[in-house]
Write a new protein. Structure first.
Length: 107
């Protein structure tokens, strides 16, 4: 039996909305290491370009992490195929957020 190739979700050149309910933001992936973060709802941070790292866990699922200008750190597991994201955010005041939400391509 032949194993079928997974439907790889291309992220570079696309924008995704991450929705944690009370916190919503967009990520526009410019390259494999650079994206623009834009808050939509919830007041976390400001629009900025960040350098991120992404490690493939399995096809279409990645562990991603970065640090923002104000020293906020973000680490998350993103499954583009299942459209689910689990995130941890440490704010500059050391508040620690653990979130679960959805991710969808918007362009």
């Amino acid at each position: 039996m032949e194993k079928s190739e997974p439907n790889i979700v291309p992220v570079v050149g696309h924008t995704f909305e991450i929705n944690f309910g009370e916190i919503i933001f967009q990520n526009a992936f410019e390259s494999d290491t650079r994206m623009t973060y834009k808050p939509i709802k919830g007041g976390l941070g400001q629009m900025q370009k960040v350098n991120y790292k992404s490690i493939e866990i399995h096809p279409n699922a990645y562990f991603q992490f970065w640090q923002e200008e104000d020293k906020t750190t973000v680490s998350r597991y993103v499954d583009f195929e299942k459209q689910v994201v689990y995130g941890n955010i440490t704010l500059p005041n050391n508040t620690f957020l653990t979130l679960k939400g959805t991710i969808k391509q918007i362009d």
